[in-house]
Each structure stands twice: as C-alpha cells, then as structure tokens.
Design a protein around this ligand. Sequence first.
Ligand code: ARG
Length: 567
Amino acid sequence: MTIQECVVESIQRAVPELEASVIGEMLEIPPDKKMGDYAFPCFRLAKQFRKAPALIAQDVAAHLKEEDLFEQVEVVGPYVNVFVNKEKIVELVRDAFASQEQFGSSQEGEGKTIVLDYSSINIAKPFHIGHLRTTAIGNAIHKLYRYLGYNTVRINYLGDWGTQFGKLAVAYRKWGNKELVEKQGIQGLLDLYVRFHKEAKENPELDDEARAAFTAMEHGDEEILSIWRWFVDISLKEVAKVYELLDVQFDSYKGESFYMDKVDAVIEELKEKKLLQESDGAMIVDLSDADMPPCLVLKKDGSSLYTTRDLAAAIYRKKTYDFYKCIYVTAFDQGLHFAQFFKVLEKMGYEWSKDLVHVPYGLVSLESGKMSTREGQVVFLQDLLDEAIAKTKEIMQEKNPDLENLDEVAKQVGVGAVVFNDLFNNRIKDVTFSWNKVLNFDGETGPYVQYTFARASSILRKADYQTFRPEDMKGEYLTDAYAQDLLKIIEEFPKKVHEAAERYEPYIITRFTVALASSFNKFYHENPILSAEQEELRNARLAMTKMVTTVLKTGLSLIGVQAPEKM
Ligand code: ARG
C-alpha cells in the first residue's frame, strides 16, 4: 500500500459515509511541509452533515488522533492536517519496494500489443539531430509500456518511397558517380539532392523528369528500382551505426515501399464505401463534416501519396498485430496528416481508428539557427554523438584520469547526455541544442544523474553492500528530514511510470531522476553513510542507498540512458 492509500483508509474509518475514491480526490498536499503531509478539507461536507466545516474538521481530527498512522493531527479552520508517523513511512516504502523484483513494473498490459511507429527516417536523407526526438521519445515509450507488461512492436516505417527518389535518380544519372557515392554514403546522396534543387531552380524541367522517374519506379522500372535499392542499402548501413550508439532496436523495418502493392485495395475499398470523389482529376475523401480539408489519396497522374500508404499500413498493422494501440511519433507539423487519415479510417467503418494515436513533438534548433535539408544546413546525428563522446572524454580525463575503460564510459555518458537533454521537457516544447547545457555535470543533466548513480554505487562497493536487505531499513534510523524526503520521492516512482506512459511523456521520468538524484545528494551530504556512528544506522543508510541506485538505474533505462557504475 502507498502512504496515500493508508491515509485514505484511516480517514474512511473516521468518515465512513465517504467512498475511498472521493476521499482520495479531496486530499490535498499542503504547500508547506510544516503544515503536514496531507490536508483533508471539510467544506464540501457541510451540506451532507449539516454542520459548519470547522466543526466537522474537529470531529474528524478526534477520530484520526486514535490512528497510529499519524504522529500529529491538527485542525486549521476547515482543514484537518495530518503528519504521518515517520517510521511508518519508512516501513511502507520499504515494503512496497521489497514486494517487487522490479519496483514500479506491472502486468497490467498482459495480452495487449502496442505498435509503435517511430524514428521512421527518410532514406537517402541525412539522419540529423531532428530525428533524435522521434527516436528517443519512441524508444522511451516502448520501454515504459514494456515495463507495464505490454507487448510492443517497434516499427521503423522507412520513408523509402516518393518523388524524392525520382529526384535522386535523375541527379545520379546526370551528375553521379558510383565510386563517389559508395565512398561518401549518405553525404554523397545529400550532395546530389542539394545539387538537384539548385539546378531545378534554373531548370524547372528537371522536376518533370523527376516526376517521370518516380512514376516509372511505381510501374516497376527495373533500372531505376535497382538504383533505388542501392540507395536504401547505403542509407540503412549508415544509420545502423547511429542506432547502435543510441542502443535503439526495431522489430520491423517495413517502410512506405512495402505498401506499394497494397494501396490499390484501399482505393477500391474507398470506392465501394462511396467515400471517393474526384476533384480536378485527383481523388479525394471529403472531410468537411469533420471540419478538415479534403484528404488527397490519389494524384492526377494516378500515383499514391504519403497518406494513401499510411492508410494501407494502418490496416495491415491491425490485421497483423491486432494492436490495442498504434502510436505514431512525429513532429507536430504532421498533425493534420494524422487527423485526416485517422478520420478516413473511421469513415471506412473501422472502429479501431480510435486506437490510433499521434504523439507530436516540437522542433529542434541549433544555437546557430534552424536546420534545412534542402540547403544542406544540417547537423548529422552521428557527428553530434561523436562530438558529445569526445567532449565527455575530455571532461572525464580531467575529473578522473585513472578511470578504467574510459572510452566505454565516455560513450555512455556522452550519448546519455544528448538523449537526456532531448527528453528533459515536455514533448511539444521546442528544443534548442546547447553544449554547455547538455554536458554540465552539476545542472539538471544526464551526466549529473549518472554521476550521482556512480557515486552511490561506489559507496555500496566500498561497504560491499550489493543486495537490498529489507530488515536493515529500521524506521527509527531514517526519520530525519533528508531520509524522509528521499523516501517520499522513491515512493512516487510507480505513479510516475504510469503517468509517463499514459501521457506519452518521457520527461516525467527524466525529471524524476533529477529529483531523486538531488534528494540523494542532500541525504548523503547530511548523513554520513560509511562512517555512520553505529552499525545499524550504517546499514539502514546503505539499504536506502541501494534502493536509490536501483530506482535511478531503472529510471534512466526507461528513458534509454545507461548508468555506468564508475565515472
Ligand atoms: N518518414 C516520415 C518523416 O520523416 C515520418 C513517418 C511517420 N510515420 C508514419 N506512419 N507516417 O517525416
């Protein structure tokens, strides 16, 4: 049971007329700790009990004073303020923690599948720092749901089809060179792409050529298709390195091209269901009743669109995985696209369209300004991660020159810093990338939390305290304000995991790890652990420390950040 559940139970004994859930809703946490751990306001009860709230509060308080859960009960006007017995808090948190091998995990998702569409990069374009967001957020959502017992299917829905491949094919035929592209990889493809756009400004026929090339691809032109396959290979090989650094995996790489032969059936079905209309030669689904612009599903020349492929992909995924939810993580500017095709599926009579979720996020920019692929103004994610690792290594060489496996740790900390920074604010907020902010060992950053974890781990190593022993957590030794604060934060963890999953907001966990780390640092600063004056006191503090390292490590792993034992 949680502390709050115990408090609710006690209050219910005092006011049996109220349901536990109602009491839970009424309960407040006073703004100032000096006023108590919880406050129970009585004004809402005045009508029911035909009595002034202050008098009701007196009655309730008299009952609560009998409960040994509380060490102090005070009446302040219409409020009953309670102070929970400190030793009780220690016991409750200890038991909650010890009752589960993985604290905060659950089986509630058993038998339910969540399909997650994230990262979903566009092939033959650079994997730049903008993609970090979908990749990091998607990965964290996957970890959170898996921790709650759901089965997750991680899909990298590659942007491997569309007119940009026509452009690339044309550019390659005109100015390309096999060896050079082989050697330069995505950069080589990007150069071709940039050159295409530059030349097309002067030479608009190039655009027609590109469109024709893409149509040829759609009709199975082997020559262009083999170039396309080669571009896909080059790109995948290169992004694999980034995924490895980030420690991100996928269960499927079925991208847009996989749905090419499945769009006709969707168009047929739309026609049968009388949802298809012609407009200027193109085919649309009217969405005016939903206050949205029409959804374009076939171009004038009969070729399919991003939306058409997404319709086919959603239907395929429902058939293949029978998902409980299918979640798409992309930048917020694709909001209309998702709203439209979700609506089209609803009109098609698929009641599961309500289980499709778009999880949007804000933009990333550099301190030097916005990024643009077309102008070649981008920061490659690979370069960013490499630089983060190099900078971390420099800092660590200074701080801890004797560290073993410096390279491995620099990788965990450097990459962790970048991911942590990305997941620090709520999704929709724009992110400006700043080195100073990301790599700070003292601010609210990844390295700070990792460093706290390493420091706590080192204490446990020195004491040779590797297994949590509940019997060591004796209430009487952990009643100081710092221990109590730490316990209350730890207790929140299961709730935070839930909230983060439910709201698709990894930042809730990121912030939690910062709060936990900083509370532990205060605890440690005020309470000597290894040199505690008594054996039992020392063990109680060690057990707390073990609890902290376990929860910190789990929290970090849920956001895809590693926790090195030494740094
Ligand atoms: N490839 C797209 C992009 O980079 C994102 C795809 C998202 N997923 C989807 N099913 N539409 O913008």
